[in-house]
Design a binder for this molecule. Structure first.
Ligand code: GLP
Length: 233
């Protein structure tokens, strides 16, 4: 893993953007995107840039089950707001949280990923080491699947909702196997609350207990940290 430590998430966003731009310049056409607060500074830098995605494809990692695309806490809505309204892609795929048929949604999304191999995947990191919504204990061989969120993730994400009861209990998420197929991976993690997960991801054993540790087995991963998240390395 190529680990870059910057001062704060602003600088991290700029470094993340540079990696995006380098992949773009080398001919990347399919970008795997993430939600959460972490990638926002990178998206801001993309929005401020002259990069044109109108011929490109984006594929998002995950979506809450049960939230409509226009629900303000849906990941569809997040992406529209932070990126797509300002930088439209030719095709933008996000799992359909309203598809009650999980088998159908998993098959549909796995086909999208198979048809559009991801050149660069951006990832955040959960405090418990999750990537996408692959919680500790997830079978690393899974593709897109339906996930029951852990209490720790529900509590961590409650800040975006009026209260924890409103956080959906399930999500559709790309699997670790789907993520590992990406050509290149950029993981960003900012803030001291991520420091334990960062240390385990980089220095710990590869284990289902810490899903991000599987990235140690991928040959092209860049990790951007700020001083807080890197503080235990
Ligand atoms: C959520 C998302 C992840 C994200 C993580 C961290 O659970 N499913 O993709 O990486 O939270 O969120 P944040 O970036 O807000 O810390």
């Amino acid at each position: 893993m190529n680990v870059i430590v910057v001062k704060d998430r602003q600088e991290g966003g700029q470094r993340g953007y540079q990696i995006f731009q380098a992949a773009y310049d080398k001919g990347a056409t399919v970008f795997g995107l993430a939600t959460g607060s972490t990638p926002v500074t990178t998206y801001d830098a993309i929005v401020a840039s002259d990069l044109d995605f109108s011929q490109m494809t984006s594929i998002n990692l995950d979506e809450y089950v049960g939230l409509a695309p226009d629900h303000e806490q849906s990941y569809h809505y997040f992406m529209q707001h932070h990126l797509f309204n300002k930088k439209p892609f030719a095709h933008s795929y996000v799992p359909n949280g309203l598809n009650a048929d999980a088998e159908d949604e998993m098959a549909r999304y796995n086909q999208i990923i198979a048809d559009n191999p991801i050149d660069l995947q951006i990832l955040g990191l959960g405090q418990n080491g999750h990537i996408g919504f692959n919680e500790p204990g997830t079978d690393p061989k899974l593709g897109t699947h339906k996930v029951e969120l852990t209490e720790s993730t529900i509590q961590a994400n409650a800040r975006f909702f009026d209260n924890a009861d409103e956080v959906p209990r399930y999500a559709y998420s790309m699997g670790i196997a789907s993520i590992m197929k990406s050509h290149q991976i950029l993981l960003e993690a900012f803030g001291e609350e991520k420091a334990d997960a960062v240390k385990a991801m980089i220095e710990g054993p590869v284990t289902p207990d810490l899903p991000a540790s599987y990235l140690q087995d991928h040959g092209n991963v860049t990790v951007i940290l700020d001083e807080g998240s890197a503080s235990k390395l």
